[in-house]
Design a protein around this ligand. Structure first.
Ligand code: CA
Length: 580
């Protein structure tokens, strides 16, 4: 009898052990994209932001009502660009100023909060935002404005590991959601306006220990790390001075500030890179690789498999950071990218060969098109701001009017792709800028632009335009204009719905095929974050974070008249269909 009991106790213990293991997030679960949770930024590492759920659909969406809402509290009511994650009965939401909350998914009750203690000298260029966390095993991991990575226990909110990524005093910060791919934690850095050097780092998500690093500016050395943290060289990125003159590559920008995507079928991670530094392009003749590019990384080796530069020799701050969303077309795997420079690119996800490129905004002044044979833009030379050394010494160069504005035809707000309609849903903005160049020299921790600017709306009645885009034909299938610039993200569902938020505070649901508005809800502050959906039991839920802020109110110039009445906030809203 004792033996039996012992055996029973043992099997119960083993069962308990197994259930603890089963409760952790695995690579297989992240890849499987089960609709009863949201395990990664992008709702899957390809970042299609598509859900197969259909309970909320074009016929039922009119009875969508709030289930609960949760306030981030405090005085830090600004710039909420975060995408919630859903797992194991909990929602994990990051807030502005490097905060993270865990909330009970059924009741909206707070489970725990972690508030990162930020030093006074942080230098985020574009508000105190954070775009979300990553889940792995029993951890929830996010980056902070002082360039640290924090891993917390999902159940308790206690810190499990903490790693400093770089010096905030040199302009480094972190705002993107980390990416989990094949057991690695992949992260980028922000700070392209301060002359940092963009890079991608791979770490062990369980310990934070570095596995490899890959700088994104040509001339810098990559490294790999053994289990004891000893580093060895892993090849120079490109060839020193090939696409950069003199020493400028040492402070060359190319910040990987929006993070990356990963496609399990290609085995590649795709990171976008920001502007070359400084903005004044006359100081750095050449293509300035690998700035303003999509860079495909073999995550096993930390090597660049291919790169595609959307804006060679950028002179307008056309960061190439926008998400590369892989999808199937004609039996092949491509990636779609709505670039800040105004063109939408369709690129072979395996080898980086350009398949198609077309404008997704109405006014582009810097290039007349993209040559599909060479993959290079056809520049309009008069569209580049003038060289300050050509005029009076020490004065600014000739001002040009350029479109899109540097805040981009699309910025951080992620698009969606529906494999059902085969359309991309792109939150676009129509604006331009006066831009000029000035003399500048690098000083650690100082702004490294060499340029000045004022943004202008192009049309009286709108800046934002939510557009459904056919990647094959390059046609805009439908559009919905929006007075203020769109700055939230998009989600598509198999219920033939597209959800997106507006700075005016509405979360909207529209027909994915026609763009007809079917539902909207006022969240109380501007929406600058992407919605998500999941299923709990038999019920489909939708969630979105609300809280106006981000780069527009800081840098928007004459756009202020369209946004300066908007109120700040900080909360998450959850919706479900009404039931008695
Ligand atoms: Ca930039």
């Amino acid at each position: 009898m004792n033996k039996k009991l012992t055996g029973l106790a043992l099997s119960m213990m083993m069962g308990a052990t197994f259930s603890v293991q089963a409760a952790g997030v695995t690579d297989e679960m992240i890849t499987a994209k089960a609709p009863d949770n949201v395990l990664s930024w992008g709702m899957g590492t390809q970042a299609q932001r598509f859900s197969p759920l259909t309970q909320i659909n074009t016929k039922t969406v009119s009875s969508l009502v709030p289930a609960w809402t949760f306030s981030f509290g405090g005085e830090k009511q600004r710039g909420q660009e975060s995408q919630p994650l859903i797992y194991n009965g909990k929602m994990f939401i990051t807030g502005s100023y490097s905060r993270i909350f865990a909330v009970d998914i059924k009741t909206g009750a707070k489970l725990w909060k972690y508030e990162h203690r930020l030093p006074d000298g942080i230098m985020p260029c574009c508000d105190v935002v954070n775009r979300g966390a990553a889940l792995y095993d029993n951890l929830v991991i996010f980056g902070t404005l002082d360039a640290q990575l924090i891993a917390l226990d999902q159940d308790t909110g206690k810190i499990v590991w903490k790693e400093k990524v770089d010096e905030y005093s040199a302009g480094y910060s972190m705002s993107a959601a980390p990416l989990i791919a094949k057991g690695l934690l992949l992260t980028g850095v922000s700070g392209g306006e301060f002359g940092v050097v963009g890079r991608v780092e791979a770490r062990d998500p369980r310990t934070g220990q570095l596995v490899w690093t890959r700088p994104m500016i040509e001339g810098h050395m990559g490294y790999k790390y053994d289990k004891d943290g000893n580093k060895t060289e892993n090849g120079i990125t490109g060839v020193t001075n090939k696409s950069w003159p003199g020493d400028l590559w040492k402070t060359g920008g190319g910040a990987t500030w929006l993070g990356g995507t990963f496609d399990p079928t290609t085995g590649l991670a795709y990171f976008g890179t920001g502007n070359p530094a400084p903005w004044n392009s006359h100081l750095r003749p050449g293509d300035n690789l690998y700035s303003a590019s999509t860079v495909a990384l073999d995550i096993e080796t930390g090597q660049i498999k291919w790169s595609y530069q959307t804006t060679p020799h950028d002179g307008w701050d056309y960061d190439g950071v926008n998400e590369f969303v892989t999808f199937d077309m004609d039996g092949k795997r491509y990636g779609g990218k709505a670039d800040r420079n105004g063109f939408f690119y369709v690129i072979d996800a395996n080898n980086g060969k350009l398949q198609n490129a077309f404008p997704f905004v109405k006014k582009i002044t810097w290039a007349s098109g993209i040559d599909l044979k060479t993959g290079r833009p056809n520049y309009i030379d008069s569209g580049r701001p003038g060289d300050p050394t050509k005029g009076e010494a020490g004065k600014k160069g000739a001002t040009v009017f350029a479109a899109p504005a540097f805040l981009g035809a699309k910025n951080q707000m992620p698009m969606a792709y529906s494999p059902k309609t085969k359309l991309f849903y792109v939150p676009a903005n129509e604006w331009g800028m006066d831009i000029w160049n000035e003399p500048v020299s690098y000083k650690k921790g100082g702004a490294f632009l060499g340029a000045g600017f004022t943004i202008h709306p192009l049309n009286k009645d709108y800046i934002g335009a939510m557009r459904a885009i056919d990647p094959k034909s390059g046609k805009i299938v439908w559009e919905i204009k929006n007075n203020a610039p769109l700055w939230g993200g998009v989600m598509a569902t198999a219920g033939d719905l597209v959800f997106y938020g507006t700075p005016e505070g509405f979360l909207k649901a529209v027909d994915a095929k026609t763009g007809k508005e079917l539902w909207k809800f006022q969240t109380g502050s501007g929406v600058v974050a992407p919605p998500v959906t999941w299923k709990e039991g038999d019920t489909q839920y939708i969630a979105v974070v609300s809280g106006w802020g981000g780069a527009v109110p800081l840098w928007g110039g004459e756009v202020a008249s369209k946004v300066n009445f908007l109120e700040q906030g900080g909360s998450v809203w959850v919706f479900k269909l009404f039931s008695k």
